[in-house]
Design a protein around this ligand. Structure first.
Ligand code: PEP
Ligand code: MN
Length: 315
């Protein structure tokens, strides 16, 4: 692949970019735009990455559900939630022990004590654990307890954290920043990859737009675009996209049919009493019925690839 650059004297030259291995049949709209992120861009040689967490495969044929509270608040809250989401079919327990809050006066998380509670829940239920790491100085302690290291939207461009995650020995779930383009997201993924860790999962969690009816705007096109230009698994977080629990199941359904590899969703025993994000958290019963609702849509997931192909062969 070549990019034309106009040198200062007006003479046209052809400059070869690093990524000529990027699959030729990627839609021309994106061809080259993402290809400098050569470790995460889809190539003929690498079209799909499957991230393995124990016996869970993310980015393969099955749809992986990660569910749990926004924040770890108590042992009872986490153990009850873990049991409920496991019974409803979730594979991975989420829960923030270190919380990035927009206000310094909001609950900041239980820290190490929270990590220990999560690991107790893993022992009890067999669920793997995903939890957020906010600072490079916490990487070692979080990696000791977590199965997947979550990078929050507010940290997507914390490059020293991303670099440090390159050698943490655990898969990383990288959330899209609130005002980040998909190119920005892939640039951050490349930072983790170039630092030594190719086990990166991308997460669309809604972006900030002029719309105020929802907390963020769920960029549904992000899924097929990312699946087209990158080999990394892509999951969706309908909770932070919607900001309101009534929309979570229908946005989850949308994520499934556009070909997402999984879901990250907030669930709380008593959402009205949650210390954070209660208004977007599902009750146990609502989570269970969402899981049942998604069942028939899972068969449509594979059609997403076929549809891209029918529309001109995106990959
Ligand atoms: C979270 O998952 O609870 C969270 C803080 O999400 P985000 O970083 O997407 O805002
Ligand atoms: Mn949250």
């Amino acid at each position: 692949m070549y990019t034309r650059h106009r040198p200062p004297f007006g003479r046209k030259t052809r400059v070869r970019v690093r990524n000529e291995t990027v699959a030729d049949n990627v839609n021309s709209r994106w061809n080259g735009q993402f290809s400098c992120y050569d470790l995460v861009a889809k190539t003929a040689a690498r079209s799909r990455t499957i991230v393995h967490v124990g016996n869970i495969a993310i980015g393969g044929d099955s749809f992986v559900v990660m569910a749990g509270p926004c924040a770890v608040e108590s042992e009872r809250q986490v153990l009850d939630t873990a049991t409920a989401v496991a019974n409803a079919g979730a594979h991975i327990l989420r829960g923030g022990a270190y919380k990035p809050r927009s206000s310094p006066y909001s609950f900041q998380g239980m820290g190490l004590e929270g990590l220990k509670i999560l690991s107790k829940a893993r022992e009890l239920t067999g669920l793997a654990i995903i939890t957020e790491v906010m600072s490079e100085t916490d990487v070692d302690v979080v990696a000791e307890y977590a199965d997947i290291m979550q990078v929050g939207a507010r940290s997507m461009e914390n490059f020293s954290l991303l670099e440090r995650l390159g050698t943490c020995g655990k898969p990383v779930l990288l959330k899209r920043g609130m005002t980040a383009t998909l190119e920005d997201l892939l640039r951050s993924a490349q930072v983790i990859a170039v630092s030594g860790n190719l086990d990166v999962i991308l997460c669309e969690r809604g972006i900030r737009t002029f719309e105020t009816a929802t907390r963020n705007t769920f960029d549904v096109a992000a899924v097929p675009v990312l699946k087209t230009v990158s080999h990394l698994p892509v999951i969706v977080d309908p909770s932070h996209a919607a900001g309101v629990r009534s929309l979570v199941p229908v946005l989850a359904r949308a994520g499934v049919v556009v070909g997402a590899d999984g879901l990250l969703v907030e669930v709380h025993p008593q959402p009205d009493k949650a210390v954070s994000d209660g208004e977007q958290s599902l009750t146990f019963a609502q989570f269970d019925s969402m899981m049942q609702d998604l069942e028939p849509y899972l068969d449509l997931r594979v059609n997403a690839d076929r549809l891209y192909a029918a529309a001109g062969g995106l990959d």
